[in-house]
Write a protein that binds this ligand. Structure first.
Ligand SMILES: C[S@@+](CC[C@H](N)C(=O)[O-])C[C@H]1O[C@@H](n2cnc3c(N)ncnc32)[C@H](O)[C@@H]1O
Length: 249
């Protein structure tokens, strides 16, 4: 049974997929293996382990630009998304790229995969931003093999705490309580889940992970983004996005 936030997010992405791909698809196609809204290349960030001959699961793959890139690098990739409309874009892109990516419709909170079937579970502003971490981390821990990695990029808690919702801009004020984040209905229509670093460390430990790194992304000097609600100036001074790297013990 889907949770309320899964239903809200599925409805949002099914309705928004065409507009989202029209607005961002070209940039994502041009810079596929790159992180976050500033598209910082994986070749610089080096957040992922070696993927050749590895079983990889992308949580909330959208149009599968990341999955296609990892398949090209030699991984066996499954792209999971709970939005059929997003997966329709993914299927078209996989066909035109002739990429061997298995696409699966489903939620990261209830994975239809056997225990210990992946070496890497990852996403870039994917399902880890929209799921209850107590459920998504438990599922990632279940499907990863011992030694496997969970890697994801998401907005930082600091970004949510300082965001000026009226102007849809980052600000220099602390506007929300650090201790009352968690499930957050967003004005644009999604339902985000925001955990503080302390909460992430707690839930990761609970499900058999050790944290290897927390990479705080800084916008490059000349970087541009087509995503609304971000500021390069702000993101050069404070970490608006972060990449977590955790290993399944
Ligand atoms: C912001 S998009 C990002 C997708 C891709 N990484 C990109 O940059 O375009 C977030 C994706 O997560 C998916 N998603 C949200 N909640 C999910 C869930 N519970 N399970 C699987 N996918 C989910 C959405 O359908 C959407 O395609």
């Amino acid at each position: 049974v889907a949770t309320e936030h899964e239903r809200v997010n599925r409805t949002f992405w099914d309705a928004d997929a065409d507009d989202y791909q029209a607005a961002h698809g070209e940039v994502l196609d041009e810079r596929p293996a790159a992180w976050g809204v500033w598209r910082i290349p994986e070749s610089q960030v080096r957040a992922l382990p070696r993927v050749v001959d590895r079983d990889v699961l992308e949580l909330g793959c959208g149009a599968a630009q990341w999955s296609i890139a990892l398949a090209r690098w030699g991984a066996r990739v499954v792209g999971l998304d709970q939005s059929a409309a997003q997966l329709a874009h993914a299927a078209r892109k996989c066909r035109s790229a002739n990429a061997d990516v298995r696409l699966v419709l489903g939620s990261a909170e209830a994975l239809a995969f056997a225990d210990r079937s992946f070496d890497l579970v990852f996403c870039d502003h994917g399902a880890m931003s929209f799921c209850d971490p107590r459920r998504s981390v438990a599922e990632a821990g279940r499907v990863l093999r011992p030694g496997g990695m969970l890697v994801w990029c998401a907005s930082s808690a600091l970004r949510y705490v300082t965001h000026d919702d009226d102007r849809d801009r980052p600000s220099r004020k602390l506007r929300r309580s650090w201790f009352d984040l968690g499930p957050m209905p967003e004005a644009e229509g999604t339902f985000d889940w925001v955990f503080t670093p302390g909460q992430w460390i707690g839930v990761l430990h609970e499900h058999g992970f050790v944290v290897e790194d927390l990479i705080e992304l800084r916008a490059p000097e000349q970087a541009e983004t087509g995503y609304p609600g971000w500021s390069r100036k702000w993101s050069r001074r404070w970490p608006a996005e972060e990449i977590w790297r955790a290993r399944r013990t």
